[in-house]
Design a protein. Structure first.
Length: 123
């Protein structure tokens, strides 16, 4: 199936399990600060602040593919995208694409597949 693709601006995101991320960070702070007892609340508050700050800076990246009048927004992890860079597809370019459950697999110009997770369907 061929489709037209475009890349939107990345969106801010939060960790999937924020509580667990804060717990791990608080433990790291406890260890880093010499395992001083009685500072659990301080360590937790610092961990929450650090995670929130990092989360506000984190970005998800997505590609939009239009198939038969319907737009599919597929998010991907840049670190796992095998070198994909936004702009590989020109606006309105014909793009080979396959769908498998909530996955959208986009064939790149170099023949590699960009695997995305469909987060929105419009149309």
């Amino acid at each position: 199936m061929n489709a037209a693709a475009r890349t939107p601006n990345p969106w801010p995101t939060m960790p999937a399990d924020q509580h667990e991320a804060v717990r791990r960070r608080a433990e790291e702070i406890y260890i880093r600060n010499g395992r001083v007892p009685g500072r659990d609340l301080e360590n937790w508050a610092q961990a929450e602040q650090e995670i929130a700050r990092e989360s506000s800076q984190a970005r998800r990246t997505a590609i939009i593919v239009k198939v038969n009048g319907t737009e599919y927004i597929g998010e991907y992890n840049p670190a796992l995208s095998d070198g994909y860079l936004p702009g590989e597809f020109g606006p309105g370019a014909s793009v080979p694409v396959r769908f498998h459950g909530d996955k959208m697999l986009v064939k790149r110009p170099n023949g590699k597949i960009l695997e995305t997770t469909i987060v929105k369907k419009i149309g």
